[in-house]
Design a protein around this ligand. Structure first.
Ligand SMILES: *Cc1c(COP(=O)(O)O)cnc(C)c1O
Length: 381
């Protein structure tokens, strides 16, 4: 079992020892009987500290990214919070992209800064600025990289940033939610930790909220595990089971997401109502060469700036029929959103604000002809 798509189906998922069930059972139990005090049958005593269905998912997630361990959480932000709590201390610094996921910025800014952590935001596609932001960094410093970014699809060079981060003694974290491990492998590019909102492509069907942290250092993994257990933001067995089910098709979904998004990007580019298309698969995208180097596909997310300004953007977002107007992303169904009043409303007026003529598309895996026709009819209105 060496290839990614094979591991996505089999890793951590041996047939059930008791029954031969091919699919890992859904262990909906809070506790486990003991044969005498401390006589645990399978090493499990209480489902906050351990559950076989969650373990199956965690084994799978660690394997897919080549980590020593992975931990799954009740949401992407719960996982990010656990990682930051495990690693940081008062006086520490977080250097973060200036267009990271808004909830990540809020987590650091509103929940960690008050504990004495310094937060610095910087343009991640310019390595010199990152180096400057890391100058004189304290012993505990996190370099937080997200690529591609949301919703402007900026690309950061993981290998270069990991080297810059390590030079400064920082822990290099990559939020790999947009690419998924099927298209991008941050640990192999030098990162120390990968985080996910598994709500998105890993789950893949818009039916579960979850998060994951994958690590390559056992000591930090033990600390994250302690926060998962001690803080308790675990994923439920059912959420873990749904996520495992989603991951089985991750490879084929990402291929189709990528080819559909490429076709939509090209169709948008050719339309007179469009001012700019942000998609790393387009040769004119400023991050195209880096994306081609570090990703095995360009993914299913793109955004488009409309020539007609905010009114045209809102009209477009409200005029598609197949693309449903909704927050979130990464499911098999296509979604469309107006970031400045939806996903990114909370960062309006800050440096994270999204231009008001931008519409974001999460391109699903429907037939591309229907998707292109839908986008075109909506733009023609
Ligand atoms: C959605 C998202 C998160 C947060 O995950 P939740 O599961 O909503 O808590 C973090 N990072 C990125 C890039 C996301 O898209």
């Amino acid at each position: 079992m060496t290839e990614f798509s094979t591991r996505a189906i089999h890793s951590g998922q041996e047939p059930d020892g008791a029954t031969g069930a091919v699919i890992p059972p859904l262990h909906l139990t809070s506790t486990y009987v003991q044969d005498g005090i401390g006589g645990l049958r399978g090493g499990y005593e209480y489902s906050r500290s351990g559950n076989p269905t969650r373990d199956a998912l965690q084994t799978l997630l660690a394997d897919l990214d080549g980590g020593v361990a992975a931990f799954s959480f009740s949401s992407g932000l719960a996982g990010e919070d656990a990682l930051l709590r495990a690693y940081l201390e008062p006086g520490a610094r977080i250097v973060m992209g200036n267009d990271v996921y808004g909830g990540t910025h809020r987590l650091a800014n509103r929940l960690h800064v008050p504990w004495g952590v310094e937060l610095v935001t910087v343009e991640m596609s310019e390595p010199d600025r990152v180096r400057a932001a890391l100058a004189d960094s304290p012993a505990k410093t996190v370099l937080w990289v997200e690529t591609p970014t949301n919703p402007l699809m900026k690309i950061a060079d993981i290998e270069t940033l990991a080297a810059i981060g390590h030079e400064a003694g920082a822990l290099v974290v990559v939020d790999n939610t947009f690419a998924s491990p099927a298209l991008q492998q941050p640990l192999s590019l030098g990162a120390d930790v990968v985080v996910y909102s598994t709500t998105k492509y890993l789950g893949g069907h818009s039916d579960v909220v979850g998060g994951a942290v994958v690590l390559r250092d056992q000591e930090l993994a033990d600390q994250v595990q302690f926060v998962q257990f001690g803080g308790g933001a675990i994923s439920s067995p059912f959420d873990a089971w749904l996520t495992i089910r989603g991951i089985k098709t991750l490879s084929v979904r990402m291929e189709r997401h990528s080819s559909n998004a490429q076709a939509i990007a090209e169709a948008l580019l050719a339309h007179p109502a469009v001012e700019h298309v942000h998609y790393p698969g387009l040769p004119e995208h400023p991050g195209h060469a880096i994306a081609a180097k570090q990703m095995s596909g360009f993914g299913g997310m793109l955004s488009v700036a409309l020539a007609g300004g905010p009114e045209a953007a809102k009209r477009f977002a409200e005029s598609t029929e197949l693309f449903a107007l909704a927050e979130s992303l990464g499911g098999v169904e296509s979604l469309i959103g107006y970031p400045s009043e939806m996903t990114h409303a909370s960062v309006k007026g800050t440096e994270l604000a999204v231009p008001e003529n931008v519409v974001r598309l999460s391109v699903g895996i429907e037939d591309v002809r229907d998707l292109v026709a839908d986008v075109q009819q909506a733009l023609d209105r």
